[in-house]
Design a protein around this ligand. Sequence first.
Ligand code: ZN
Length: 233
Amino acid sequence: MDWFIQRLEHTNPTLDFRDFSSHPDDFKKLSELNIIKYSQAIDVLPCEWCETEHLISPLLNNKGEIVLSCSANRRVVNPDELKIWTINRETLEENVKSKVPVIDRTLFQQSAFASKKSGEFRITKTGDDFYYKGDLRATSKDNDWYKVFCALYDLIPDGGEISYSKLGTQIKSKIRKAKNFNAEVMRKFILTNLTDRSNGFMHYAGIPATEDNSKPLLYPNRGKGIIFNNRIR
Ligand SMILES: [Zn+2]
């Protein structure tokens, strides 16, 4: 279960098809114990041909299968590839106290996931204002970088990782012009407004290039999504 302990280094971990297919026995056990639960389906997948993300065609092929296509390439998608699972916090906490825990109790207690309630955060929000280590850095404004950061903060206020697809859906609910963005345009829009050092939140809120843990506050996890390094250890 080392892989599962690694996932607990995020305060809001999600599991996906790669976990499902790499650790099928562990995955089955965690599901049966109700420690993990199916959360939602995504509608974009990373592409193996061009290294971006593509919207999954809502049209099925003539066998009723879901298809991923990229210029001349096509392949059938296993429906499990689109699933996202989350962790039942209380069930996992109960389990690690039991006589047959799925993971070591000490390792669990040291994880970011377990320490969530007592943590401190680099960015905090009061009303519509964001504070960086206690200093006011961003107040409500009608601009993209503020709204994109709000969308991120709505979803993972404690930090962690969020996929481009989930963040994109939240952004579409806040920014009218983004409603018709495809996955590629949305990915660039997110990067421009969050991680770009000359343009987005990092720039306008005056956030240093790196934090004490030598990682930036916001940075892309290539092809997958954004990491929000908000927890002070
Ligand atoms: Zn492609």
